[in-house]
Design a protein around this ligand. Structure first.
Ligand SMILES: CC(C)(COP(=O)(O)OP(=O)(O)OC[C@H]1O[C@@H](n2cnc3c(N)ncnc32)[C@H](O)[C@@H]1OP(=O)(O)O)[C@@H](O)C(=O)NCCC(=O)NCCS
Length: 117
């Protein structure tokens, strides 16, 4: 962009992350991805985002996702993050999943935008 003396420069930043994995008899049965980011304007502290929590159907309702979230939360606190976000589709069929997030302390906040490719 070269307009009225404005120019866009780029600086590399790297998101760091941890994949929490649960295995049973050598098979992966659950995971949670946690990423954290530095560089938010006005914040010295990082923020964290939960991505892709998944539990194999035959292992659901045993508290496994809850345990993964506890571990992720411990990491978020260790990192001294100022916020921790999670997103979920809102297509009218996800009430139980959304209840799961709310029960565990997440508050409704904003809306999500997306491009599909
Ligand atoms: C959401 C998910 C990770 C929960 O895993 P889990 O290990 O069963 O979760 P927990 O045992 O900690 O908690 C279970 C509770 O969460 C709620 N819940 C969450 N997702 C649910 C679902 N799809 N169906 C029914 N209840 C669900 C219920 O209150 C449930 O309690 P119950 O077992 O007494 O009915 C799992 O259902 C899953 O992998 N779903 C598919 C992927 C997905 O939707 N991920 C979330 C992306 S936003």
């Amino acid at each position: 962009m070269e307009e009225r003396g404005l120019s866009i420069l780029t600086e590399e930043v790297t998101a760091l992350g941890t994949r929490f994995v649960v295995r049973s008899e050598g098979r992966e049965v659950a995971q949670l991805l946690l990423y954290w980011f530095h560089g938010a304007k006005g914040h010295d502290r990082p923020y964290a985002e939960l991505k892709d929590v998944w539990v194999d159907e035959s292992f659901r309702s045993r508290g496994i996702a809850g345990r993964l979230l506890d571990d992720a939360l411990a990491k978020v606190k260790e990192l001294n993050c100022y916020k921790f976000t999670a997103t979920s589709r809102d297509n009218g069929t996800r009430d139980e999943v959304h209840a799961w997030y709310r029960q565990r302390g997440f508050k409704d906040h904003g809306i999500e935008f997306r491009m599909n490719f």
